[in-house]
Design a binder for this molecule. Structure first.
Ligand code: IVH
Length: 690
């Protein structure tokens, strides 16, 4: 769509032009209320209605303003990123690892400025994301670029435009001065709960997981296809400038106030303090908040000299300015030894390496294993058995090896090759062209079967309470459950023969199995564990196919015809429903009483709509001391449609972790249950409902 010039715009009826301009202003304002202030004034439906009206008018008259919200999406994939030279280099920060080092920084600043007077500092969280530069020319976003090597970055404009908190034009209700050139610097980041959601989706699809929210954010921005970036929910915070023409800022505080008035997202905490003592207090405050209420990962706090004149005097070294320092929070990292590397097989057959570590305490938790995500990572980081490594447990994220301390090597370290055979069944493994994942493709591989049954019974799938990892293992090894159908043939007497079951627990499991027979097509499809079909894909398919039988012998094009589903999923679904053995299994399940309704289809057909609640379908367990009474938190969860349970099990969706968590945390880690902080929970509560 072309941007019409003023003369061409004349052809448009004046009232249509006014309406378009009014809608752009209005939508940008509501977008800001929603994504930056987190305080919407209108409903999502109302927003969508106005958005559709704008789109319709724009298409009719070909008049699209440069800051129209419709410009956020729809850019075609790129071949490669263009290089961008930064007007001023994007510097990095010097790190401090103790309060003493921060005090030393203050002494140095005073020495260089030849003063004894207290210096004014600002303190902000250090966002663990991807540094970005946004170039606005006469108030309109022209370019977004990555930091790159500090001098030359990459043009990621189309991707960054999809970030809703980013203003496409410098605006604001109040009259603010719009500079002719304004390069704004900040950080693109991903919230912890979005990171966890994305990773579980990737896991379900058999894709490699991201190691931490920073990698996930960087991977999402450095995507050649902007539609992929648009599907990830990314945020932005702004804290600095590059080149500025047409106005001048005197201090960090003044800049931040301007950014705020111009509707840019600014750091959640920024405080001004005269003297380093006060700055240290703010550092402590930010550290506390990063554990309890931030929805994103902060790996430290940044102390900056407030006055830009003083910054000028202090100048910079090659890589870092002399006027700022990043205090990095401790207890996220530990040093330990890789005792062994083992291969583990998941339900979809993906074989992942796991490092077995000498136990090390990091931030109050004992860490003894760390997933290495995939085999490329072992190669890239050159991790060997016997290596001394730095392990990081950042926020609530699973621990990972960040670095090998190569100077500690003795020469006796052993490399661990990609296994040629599945560690569980011994069959040859496969690696698809262009994929990082290594898979065991034998369907009856015992590790996969047990994992598949556990997945089948899990909460988002058939939801059989009591059929978690341990019980599945037990039933499988005793030969009672080898296929999905066997679950529905179980009798109380069978269970009573096993060591873990008494009459009550056996009866409970049988009841849960019975209850699971009433299910929905989307749950059932997800439960089957068809490669690449996660909860989301299952829901989309259920919206199109009324009954399970309609999928029998389905051709791939009927699946790839569904918006948002690609060829990979289509081929996988089709392959599954063409397999005679699979269809026999489905028929057997039906004849054992599994009944499949399909509310998604009815909904898609417009028969009824269901108002969702943000936590619907999720089960929570709470542990440790939290900023508000346990009862109040549980009430909030239930009000939002969630369920509260007292013990962690395979069906727990999230463990909410407070200070000094108990054994529940260890258990959750063992079961691979997601953990979130109090802040993470608040973020989930605010999430728009499904
Ligand atoms: S100021 C010259 N402020 O940390 C100073 N940086 O380790 C430029 N970062 O490259 C950076 N939060 O990507 C600044 N509040 C904050 C920050 C921040 C995160 C990142 C930034 C920088 C890196 C340095």
């Amino acid at each position: 769509m072309d941007l019409f010039t003023a003369s061409q715009a004349k052809k448009i009826p004046e009232d249509a032009k006014k309406e378009i301009e009014g809608l752009v202003k209005d939508l940008n304002y509501h977008n800001y209320r929603y994504y930056v202030l987190d305080a919407p004034e209108i409903s999502d439906e109302e927003y969508d209605r106005r958005y559709r009206r704008l789109k319709e008018l724009e298409e009719k008259y070909g008049y699209v303003l440069p800051d129209s919200p419709t410009r956020r999406v729809g850019a075609p994939p790129l071949e490669k990123f263009e290089k961008v030279r930064h007007t001023l280099p994007m510097l990095s920060l010097e790190n401090a690892f103790s309060y003493e080092e921060v005090a030393e920084f203050d002494r140095r600043v005073k020495r260089l400025l030849k003063t004894d007077e207290d210096i004014e500092y600002t303190v902000e969280p250090k966002y663990d994301g991807l540094a970005i530069e946004l170039t606005y020319v006469n108030g309109i976003l022209e370019k977004a670029s990555t930091r790159g090597d500090g001098y030359v970055g990459e043009d990621v404009t189309q991707n960054v435009k999809t970030i809703k908190a980013l203003p496409l034009g410098i605006g604001g209700a109040k009259k603010i001065k719009i500079p002719s050139l304004m390069e704004i610097r900040g950080e693109v980041y991903m919230n912890i709960d979005e990171f966890e959601r994305l990773n579980s989706e990737r896991e379900a699809k058999g894709e490699p997981k991201f190691a931490n929210p920073r990698n996930a954010a960087a991977g999402s921005v450095r995507q050649l296809d902007p539609s992929i970036t648009a599907a990830r929910s990314l945020y932005l915070t702004c804290y600095g400038t590059g080149a500025v023409e047409g106005t001048e800022f005197q201090s960090q505080w003044e800049l931040i106030k301007w950014l705020e008035a111009a509707r840019f997202p600014i750091p959640v905490v920024i405080k001004l303090s005269k003297g380093i003592e006060g700055a240290l207090e703010v550092i402590k405050e930010i550290e506390q908040k990063s554990k309890t209420e931030f929805s994103f990962e902060a790996d430290g706090a940044v102390v900056k000299v407030n006055d830009f004149r003083l910054r000028e005097l202090l100048g910079e070294k090659t890589k870092e300015p002399r006027w700022a320092i990043a205090y990095k929070y401790p207890a996220h990292q530990g040093i330990t030894v890789v005792k062994d590397i083992v291969a583990s097989v998941g339900r979809t057959g993906v074989i992942t390496p796991i490092a077995m570590l000498s136990p090390v305490r990091i931030g109050g938790v004992t860490v003894s294993r760390s997933t290495l995500h995939n085999w490329d990572e072992i190669d890239r980081k050159d991790i060997r058995i016997g290596d001394t490594v730095v392990v990081e447990r950042a926020g609530e994220v699973i621990p990972h090896v960040i670095e090998v301390m190569k100077d500690k090597r003795t020469g006796h370290e052993k490399r661990f090759p990609i296994p040629a055979h599945c560690p569980a069944c011994g069959s040859e493994v496969m690696r698809e062209e262009g994929e990082v994942a290594v898979r065991c493709v034998r369907l009856d591989c015992p590790a996969q079967v047990a994992e598949r049954i556990r997945h089948f019974a899990s909460r988002g799938a058939m939801d059989i309470e009591g059929l978690g990892e341990k019980n599945v293992e037990l039933l499988y090894s005793n030969g009672l459950v080898r296929h999905f159908e066997d679950i529905y043939r179980l009798k109380t007497e069978d269970l009573l023969k096993l060591p873990r079951f008494a009459r009550k627990s056996a009866q409970n499991l049988i009841n849960a199995i019975e209850a699971s027979k009433r299910t929905t097509l989307s749950r059932f499809l997800f439960a089957l564990g068809i490669p690449h079909v996660g909860e989301f894909a299952a829901k989309l398919i259920s919206g199109r196919f009324e009954a399970l039988e309609d999928l029998y012998n389905v051709r791939p094009d009927r699946i790839s015809g569904i918006k948002q589903l690609g060829e990979k999923i289509a081929n996988s679904v089709s392959r599954f429903f063409f397999d005679r053995d699979n269809l026999n299994t489905l028929d057997a399940l039906k004849s054992l009483g599994v009944g499949i309704g399909n509310p998604d289809y009815e909904e898609a057909a417009g028969k009824k709509t269901r108002p969702g609640k943000p936590l619907e379908g999720l089960t929570f367990v709470v542990t440790g001391t939290l900023p508000e009474p346990r009862k109040d938190i549980e009430e909030k969860i239930e009000e939002a449609g969630g369920r509260v349970a007292s013990a962690v099990s395979g069906s727990t969706s999230y463990l909410v972790v407070g200070e000094e968590p108990g054994s529940k945390l260890e258990k959750a880690r063992g079961l691979g249950v997601n953990t979130i902080s109090y802040g993470g929970l608040l973020a989930l509560l605010k999430r728009p409902s499904a």
